[in-house]
Design a protein. Structure first.
Length: 116
C-alpha cells in the first residue's frame, strides 16, 4: 500500500512537471482592465510564467474548498463534541454508581458469599 502511494505521488509530480514545462511562456497579469486606468491613475501588472499562474489558481481553489468544507461541517463537529461530552459524563456516572450495591439484600448476600 505504501508503494502504491509513492507511485501515485510520483505520477502526480511527473504530470505537474509536464504541465510546467509545456506552459513556460510569460503572461501579464493586470489588476484592472485598461479602460479603468484613466479613473484610477495606475494599472498594476506583473509578468509571470503561465505554469505558476495555473498552479497558484489550483492551490487557491483547493484551499478555498478545504475552508468551505471546514465551515460547512462545523455543525456536525459541534454535535459530535456534545455527544462525546455526554458519553464521558454518563460513563463517569456509571463508574460512580457501579461499585455501590443498589439493594441492601443483595449487598448482604454478596458480603456472605465465600471467596472463590
Amino acid at each position: 500500500m505504501r508503494y502504491l502511494r509513492y507511485l501515485v505521488l510520483v505520477l502526480i509530480g511527473l504530470v505537474l512537471l509536464l504541465v510546467a514545462s509545456a506552459n513556460r511562456g510569460t503572461v501579464t497579469l493586470t489588476l484592472l482592465p485598461s479602460e479603468f486606468v484613466p479613473y484610477v491613475g495606475r494599472n498594476w501588472a506583473v509578468g509571470l510564467p503561465l505554469y505558476l499562474v495555473i498552479f497558484v489558481a489550483m492551490a487557491t481553489g483547493v484551499l478555498l474548498g478545504f475552508l468551505w468544507e471546514w465551515l460547512r461541517e462545523h455543525k456536525h463537529r459541534k454535535v459530535a463534541a456534545r455527544s462525546s461530552r455526554e458519553a464521558r459524563q454518563l460513563n463517569r456516572e456509571i463508574a460512580k454508581l457501579k461499585p455501590t450495591p443498589q439493594d441492601e439484600v443483595l449487598a448482604l448476600i454478596e458480603k456472605d458469599k465465600p471467596a472463590a
